[in-house]
Structure formats: C-alpha cells, structure tokens
Design a protein around this ligand. Structure first.
Ligand code: SF4
Length: 457
C-alpha cells in the first residue's frame, strides 16, 4: 500500500461524541412551544430520547417520521407528512424543528421542500388556522458530532426566523450547550447589568421544569418565536465557544445578513474567561460589574488560594465537547492543576489553538491535545501520563475506574449521577461550584486510599 493511502480499516470504540441530530433536538427543545422531529427511523428518536431523559430527568418527546425499509427505497415523503400532521393535531405545538438522520441523508432526501409543500397544502385547506412554524436542518451524523448538530440547528433557526428592522437595544446571547442552571445564571447576570438579552436557544425550563399537576404535551418555556424574529434587530450578539466567531456560525449569519455586531467569547469557565465575559457586559451596559458578582470573584480567588496545597502536582485529563474542553483546560490550569491531556470527539480542528489561548502562561508544559478521538484512544494515550484526575462526562468513568482516579463529571451526558440539569460551570459562581467538586473529589480519593483514614485533611 502506498504510504499516502488511507488505512484499510477504521473503527471507533466508545466515541467521545454523540449523534449530530441529537444536538439539533436539544436546540429545538429550547424554542417556546417547540417539538423536535426526526426525519428517519424510530430507533434514532428512541436513542436520543433515552440520552436526554437520563441526563435531564425530564420527559422529552421527540417525534419521528418512522421510516422503514420500504421508505428507505421509495422515499419518506408520505411518512414525513403523516408524522407532521400527527404532531400538529395531537400536540398543538407553535414550532416544530425537523432534523435529518443518517438514513434520510444516505438516501439523499432533503426535507425542506417536502415540508414547505405540505404546509402550503395545509394552509390552503385550512384558511384562518394558525399552523406551527417549521424549521428544517440537515444533520448527517456520519459527518459531525452533536455539537455540530446543535450549532447547525441554531443557525437554521435564525436563518429561517430572524427578520430585519430598526435596531433595538436588546442583545442576543448564544450560550451553546449550557445546563439549565447555567442558562438561568446567565439571564440573571445580564439583567444585573440592566441589559435585555434573548438566550438562543433556551431549554432551561423545558428541560428542568417544576412538577406538573396535569400532563402538558409541550412543556412551557424556551426562547419565544418573537425573540428569534427580533434577533435580526439586536444591538449585538454575544456568542460563546471556540468557533463562535466562525463565518459559518449562527452569530456570523446575524452579522452578515442583518449587520448585528458579533462579540465572540470563550465559554466563561474559570476566572480568566469569566473576566472577559463580564468586561464585555460592562462595555455593553456602561456599568461596572455589580458588587455581588465582584464578591463572587473574590471568594473564588480566596478558594483557589486556600486549596492550592491539595492541587499541587495533580495531573489531569479533560475529555469533553470542544468548547467545554477549552474552557475546562483554562479553568484547571489557573487553579494550579497540570493539564496533561485534552481530548474531544469534535473534529473542527480548532481545539488546539483554543486550549493554547485558554492556558497561555499558566502551564509548565503544554498538554497533548487530541481531536476526533474515541475513549479507546484516550485510554491508550494517557496510560503513562501519571494522571490523578479526569474531568469529563459519565462516559469517561471506565477510564477513571481503570486508573483508580477520581472523575469529576461535567458536560453531556451524565447518566450515572443525579442533578445534571442543576450543574453550574459558568461565571465566577459556576467556577466556584466546579472548583469545590474538583477539590473534594481529590480529597475523597486521598482519604479512601489512606491506611490511617484521616478525618481531617
Ligand atoms: S448516528 Fe445516525 S443512525 Fe444512529 S441514532 Fe444518530 S442519526 Fe440515527
């Protein structure tokens, strides 16, 4: 075989990423009155519902056009129409987000024109009836990860719904895949600066709501359709993530189409990244950071100082989605932990630069940064790194268990612990929660490993 030829066999064992339309479903859950809909086979919807439900511990409905062998050959148009009609009549949503799956992408079926034709037909037969808005997005899972699906869905939402008009004073905030608790915190923080912002998307209530007296087919909450329309008239878009400034991202779409200023920022995990976020809010509002938030920062610095003796010499691996992986690397590095290895299932190619920027001046040696890898590779490559800590999702548990080191669970999915929806990472107070968890995980490890069984550490 010539040296340049591709390897004859490629396999993935325990991927570090999830399916692309899963990310799209998560984004569509963040639209008020919204129901995610998969154009594909039933099993895809079942798998995604299982993942979302066990992470958020909430009912999550994902509709499906339920394609079988026959539709794979002759096309899924009739199933798509029937499925949409069932959802419209049974659930009465204001919005339906349709994402493609591997099957529909493999047979090359583009749902957009089918949906438009069906809605036009329905509108003709039912004059005066308000039909839901339907947005479609192409999410071939063999071409990307759940984070890419999330990003594509947000872009599709804005492309379909945002409208031009006289510029307002409100902001768009594109936080990415943050937890409901972090989304609530971000909204609180923005309000504290006297600013008004639409969080796009905002699944905080649909995925972490109060108990209901009666079953509600479409849970309340989410970004209102009106806010998505007004996104084209916003004063600026604040977008988090390594690729927030990317020309193919949702923030760039609003900038290029409507002239909305784009302010890309790293995910605000840790002091340094949060400082940038709060400096941006200061600039936008013309107000200093409120005292209570400055106090949170001060207490976090104090905690870093208090715990430094527990963290000295600890070497950590981070395995997470690329935005979070970069944020966690910066956070861990500023606490004094040596970040030795950073891995993601994402393949955009920007993680290395993002980790370098996040950890600049903080680490003795730069970490190994790996993209598009699986947990098998992570296990192989970290064997001799002397790790004392893993920070990542529940899927990193076998790695931590094998090494006998603690796993601090962050990100998505978390299937073997409770309270993922209430997990805080962002801003100074989020970093405080995360920092306490990291320190306590290391203390618990030392306590359990001790022959003496120290009661005071
Ligand atoms: S990877 Fe493809 S086949 Fe598997 S659940 Fe996702 S869309 Fe369906």
């Amino acid at each position: 075989m010539p040296e340049s030829a591709a390897p004859a066999f490629v396999s993935t064992t325990n991927a570090c990423h999830l399916c692309m339309p899963l990310g799209a479903c998560l984004a569509f859950k963040g639209v008020e009155g919204g129901v995610p809909f998969l154009h594909g086979s039933q099993g895809c919807a079942t798998y995604m519902r299982r993942y979302l439900i066990s992470h958020y511990r909430e009912p999550v409905d994902i509709a499906s056009s339920s394609l079988g062998e026959r539709q794979a050959v002759f096309g899924g148009g009739p199933n798509l129409r029937q499925g949409l009609w069932n959802v419209i009549t049974a659930m009465r949503p204001r919005f339906i987000g349709v994402a493609t799956t591997c099957l529909t992408e493999t047979i090359g079926e583009e749902p957009g024109p089918l949906v438009e034709a069906f809605l036009a037909e329905l509108a003709g037969k039912n004059p005066g009836v308000t039909l839901p808005r339907v947005v479609t997005v192409r999410t071939p899972s063999f071409g990307g990860t759940h984070t890419e699906g999330f990003r594509r869905a947000v872009r599709a939402l804005l492309k379909a719904l945002a409208r031009p008009g006289p510029a307002g004073s409100h902001l768009n905030l594109l936080p990415g895949m943050a937890s409901p608790a972090d989304l609530r915190h971000l909204k609180d923080v923005v309000r504290a600066f006297g600013l008004e912002a639409a969080v796009i998307p905002d699944p905080s209530d649909p995925l972490d709501g109060p108990a209901w007296d009666t079953y509600t087919p479409v849970p309340p909450g989410g970004t209102p359709l009106e806010a998505l329309q007004a996104a084209g008239r916003a004063r600026a878009t604040v977008a988090f993530g390594c690729a927030a400034g990317d020309a193919s991202g949702p923030g760039a779409l609003l900038r290029d189409r409507f002239g909305v200023e784009l302010l890309p920022l790293p995910l605000p995990v840790g002091i340094r990244a949060s400082d940038r976020f709060f400096a941006t809010l200061e600039e936008l509002s013309g107000r200093p950071t409120p005292r209570r938030i400055r106090a949170q920062r001060g207490r976090l610095v104090d905690a870093y100082v208090d715990a430094h003796k527990y963290l000295a010499g600890v070497r950590a691996a981070v395995v997470a989605d690329e935005d979070l992986a970069a944020g966690l690397s910066g956070f861990l590095a500023e606490t004094g932990i040596q970040v030795a290895y950073v891995a993601t299932g994402d393949r955009s190619g920007i993680l290395e630069g993002a980790v370098e920027a996040a950890t600049a001046g903080l680490l003795r040696d730069p970490p190994a940064v790996r993209q598009g890898v699986d947990y098998h590779t992570v296990a192989e490559e970290t064997r001799d790194l002397g790790l004392g800590l893993v920070v990542g999702t529940s899927k990193a548990y076998p790695l931590a268990r094998d090494r006998g080191i603690p796993l601090v669970r962050v990100g998505f999915p978390i299937h073997d612990r409770f309270g993922a929806a209430r997990q805080r990472l962002l801003g100074y107070s989020g970093a405080q929660d995360l920092f306490d968890r990291v320190v306590n995980a290391l203390l618990a490890q030392r306590q359990e490993a001790s022959d003496v069984g120290y009661g005071y550490l």
